[in-house]
Design a protein around this ligand. Sequence first.
Ligand code: ATP
Length: 233
Amino acid sequence: MALLETRGLTARYGDFQALFGVDIALDEGETIAIIGANGAGKTTLMRSISGILANQPEAVLFDGEEIGALPAPDIVARGIAMVPEGRKLFPSLSVEENLLIGRYGRAVAGHWSLESVYELFPILKERRTNPGTALSGGQQQMVAIGRALMSNPRVLLCDEISLGLAPVVIRDIYAAFPRIRAAGASIVMVEQDIGQALKVSDRVYCMMEGRITLSGAPAALTREAIHSAYFGH
Ligand code: ATP
């Protein structure tokens, strides 16, 4: 049984249908990447799993339970944490306060604490009293990841963590992921950078216009197949 699964997941914004029967599965310990062009529906998929967009109960399964209709706080409490697109830090709060917010929804013991997040991203310890907005984009992304880890999630949802960051910064951030995996999180990554997605994941799903158009292990996917699943031609 998969740890997390969507089954025939649909999503709408008013009259506009953004997802058409999306099926994905994440096994315990696995990292999957969701790739696709702008507007393909990747963020909508993440919002649907994290409870920001409500669904039919049976459209999302976690640990064998139907969670599709639960609100976001209940999803966090069960162990699914999101690193949202655009980081969404609280600007008036310090780095440390932003991190501590991650604990409110689910204060379970586990590998992740202020100390272990600071070990993962040492620069955050140096900056811990700075307001979130005084940080570089990469440092803000580290805070957003650390905040999600503070809930000791079983599943970490990461939406476009490399967006707008310099390659050297992206490399530093991705360097943290083997440790995040080793500490026990299973991961769903939304990533526009196909090369990065293939590098970090065990399996990739490609989306186009609200549907999954391709899935498989990186080694099994040809460049041509990815191109056509991504662009539709
Ligand atoms: P991006 O890389 O641009 O974030 P995406 O693959 O994450 O793209 P979504 O943000 O999920 O795509 O958007 C899927 C579709 O839903 C797009 O056509 C988008 O215009 C539409 N959409 C997204 N959010 C809303 C909203 N709040 N209201 C109406 N339509 C929306």
